[in-house]
Design a protein around this ligand. Structure first.
Ligand SMILES: [Zn+2]
Length: 678
């Protein structure tokens, strides 16, 4: 009775392991672009607050704010009044902070689909090479290890809660600031006294806006409540840092981008390049940072790395595009006049044109099918496009933008290829003989196509129909999305949203037809194929399911969930060598995926290799004690080996955790086994 069937394996929880040994090797000095020089032994704490608008903090002038901790940090340090992100998207923006480069140079261009390559040199790598203890504590799966941000961190803690009910309404699994801060404090208290670099990422101001008590009731706008909650939690972190190393820690706090909150017809972030999402909070405090200074010159996220290096007495790698902001402390001019910005989200997720922009303290030029120019001093909310009356300024900024785009590549159009895995991982994976059909997606950025600002109606429909707290009945939501799809038939996200609603209503045939229409319309996405594959599996059509999962895997080899479903389908179809390759592939991506170990355990059983089976089942159970199939399989192995005590524990865990309906036939058998062992 080895358990190999059933949906349990296919839908087993997506778990991220705590990888204590996350460091993936250091770069040669050459790759690091020269030596930074010997750094002063100061500690670094970088706090990135996701989705936090600067103008919702007290220190940035918001009267309704309750942000005493950040306000005090700003008073005791330096605040950049005019700070901008390079992109309104989480992974690319963080990649800019930690490499000092614009997204078109570091290559992380969107949320998912891109990995920060191991050839990049990050702040963590630079200080780790000089002996700093390094650790990162991450608030959401969008920055998980797979995306390459763990480079240079001895500890990269990205363990998220399992996708249970509380995570169901969330776009990305996340954990609250309290937990992130607790873990960071735990790490701080385990430190020996070597200088450290600690990165703490909190995700709470991102959707959904659900602050915990008492912040849920205290604020008219729950978004403000999330920020107040984060502020309180950061107070605990700063107090511990001060206790650990009094006066010897440089603290940097930045948002990765803002939130539109309805401005320009956008509710969240990612589609547009207005200041609602590009303007960020940016403050520094600690040794070398003067107190009470407010800098008016523009500061960019790419300036973080060179500024911190400067404060440590070192120099940034030569190819860094940012600049040290320290001269601005005393009012000297810094070369931050032009900030580059881009978003490929409208292109890749919505089928519209990408946007690029260049921003100065006075102007913003947005390159779109219908270009825009805003006078940020006169019109900070960017309501009046003044391009018609300021042709000379627009022309000058357009040229600046062209030169920023041309840093890597050609002038008017740029070809972008998705990079779903690190190149090094990729070549290792090739040795598994599993990569023959893999093709990355290529996008051509021409600045042409559907202008996102002409599609705010679609954005509005998606917001109304899809938001977790939508009161609209499901059939009405589907109808709204169908209407949107008629207006915008090449928008990939509408297929996912509408298909999702249809599936939730049990209209599987309609969902399948919809996804196939998407493919006919030229939408090439792994996600569409994996949805189709799931539906085939539901019909019991394994052959078609396998074919579709294979297409999904070719388009996105980093989608371990589809890979795991594919491997299981292979296994159930008797294609054991294929299944083994696929399970090994999942683990080779660096993802500690418990179901893959369970699968390899089953394969080992087939080969009568009991020690290997035991080892794999043990790993699966250790990674996820709730993976009941692995619990049962491990129990059976223990029983075979005569380890009755251990077998009993596994069977008991299985009975305690297995959903009774799903395992109605198996549970009585396991109970019988237990009786025999007692
Ligand atoms: Zn973000």
């Amino acid at each position: 009775m080895i358990l190999r069937r059933g949906s349990g394996l296919r839908h087993c929880p997506f778990i991220l392991a705590l990888l204590l040994l996350g460091s993936c090797g250091t770069k040669s000095e050459d790759a690091a672009g020269g030596h930074p020089g010997k750094l002063r032994p100061v500690n670094l704490l970088v706090v990135t607050i996701d989705t936090m608008r600067a103008d919702r903090l007290g220190c940035y002038g918001y009267a309704k704010a309750e942000t005493p901790v950040l306000d005090a940090l700003a008073r005791g340090g330096t605040l950049f009044e005019n700070a901008a992100a390079e992109t309104p998207l989480t992974p690319p923006s963080h990649a800019s902070m930690f490499t000092g480069m614009n997204p078109n140079v570091h290559g992380v261009r969107n949320v998912g689909g891109f990995v920060l390559q191991s050839s990049s040199v990050t702040l963590a790598e630079i200080v780790q090479e000089q002996g700093w203890d390094t650790a990162a504590f991450i608030g959401a799966s969008v920055l998980k290890k797979l995306f390459g941000f763990s480079q240079g961190f001895a500890l990269y803690d990205d363990q998220m809660p399992k996708p249970g009910l509380s995570q169901m309404t969330r776009e990305y699994p996340e954990r609250p600031a309290e937990e992130v801060v607790n873990r960071a404090i735990g790490w701080l208290n385990s430190q020996s006294g070597k200088p450290f670099f600690l990165w703490v990422h909190v995700f709470d101001p991102h959707l959904p806006y659900e602050p915990p008590a008492p912040f849920d009731k205290k604020f008219e706008d729950p978004y403000d409540g999330e920020i107040a909650y984060v502020d309180r939690e950061l107070g605990r972190l700063f107090a511990e840092v001060e206790k650990k190393a009094p006066g010897n820690t440089v603290i940097a706090v930045l948002s990765d981008h803002g939130e539109s909150l309805g401005e320009h017809g956008e509710y969240t972030h990612g589609v547009f390049l207005y200041d609602a999402t590009l303007r960020i909070a940016f403050m520094l405090a600690g040794p070398g940072v003067p107190a009470g200074v407010r800098v008016k010159q523009q500061a960019r996220t790419i300036d973080l790395l060179p500024t911190l290096m400067d404060l440590m007495g070192g120099t940034a790698p030569a190819d860094v595009q940012g600049t040290s902001l320290t001269p601005a402390f005393s009012g000297k001019e810094v070369p931050t006049t032009y900030a580059y910005a881009e978003t490929l989200f409208p292109k890749m997720n919505m089928g519209w044109s990408e946007l690029r922009a260049v921003r100065t303290t006075k102007w913003k030029y947005i390159q779109a099918p219908k270009p825009e120019l805003y006078d940020l001093e006169q019109d900070p909310h960017e309501r009046n496009n003044v391009i018609a009356t300021n042709a000379a300024e627009a022309q000058e900024l357009k040229q600046q933008l062209q030169s920023l785009i041309a840093v890597h590549g050609s002038g008017t159009s740029e070809k972008v290829q998705t990079s779903l895995l690190d190149q090094k991982t990729m070549s290792q994976l090739k040795t598994l003989g599993y990569l023959s059909g893999f093709s990355s997606r290529e996008y051509e950025l021409t600045g042409q196509g559907i202008d996102p600002k002409d599609r705010v109606g679609i954005l509005n429909t998606v917001q109304v129909a899809v938001s977790a707290d939508s009161k609209i009945p499901r059939p009405k939501r589907a109808q709204l999305l169908r209407e949107a799809l008629q207006q915008d038939p090449t928008n990939p996200s509408l297929y996912y949203h509408l298909g999702g609603e249809l599936e939730k209503m049990g209209q599987f045939r309609e969902a399948m037809a919809l996804y196939k229409t998407g493919l006919e319309k030229g939408i090439r996405s792994g996600r569409l194929h994996s949805r189709i594959a799931d539906l085939y599996l539901r019909e019991g059509n394994k052959t078609e399911a396998i074919a579709s999962y294979e297409k999904a895997a070719q388009l996105n080899p980093a989608d371990v969930e589809s890979q795991s479903n594919l491997a299981t389908a292979y296994l159930e179809s008797g294609r054991v060598p294929d299944a083994e390759r696929a399970f090994k592939w999942i683990l080779a991506t660096g993802e500690e995926y418990p179901a893959a170990y369970n699968g390899l355990g089953l394969i080992a059983i087939g080969k009568r290799d009991v020690p290997a089976a035991r080892e794999n089942f043990e790993k699966a159970v250790r990674l996820d004690p709730d993976l009941v199939e692995a619990q049962l399989n491990l129990g059976l192995i223990y029983k075979m080996m005569g380890a009755n005590d251990q077998a009993r524990k596994c069977f008991e865990a299985f009975i305690a955790k297995a959903p009774p309906r799903q395992y109605a036939q198996i549970i009585p058998q396991v109970k019988q086994e237990l009786e025999l062992l007692r």
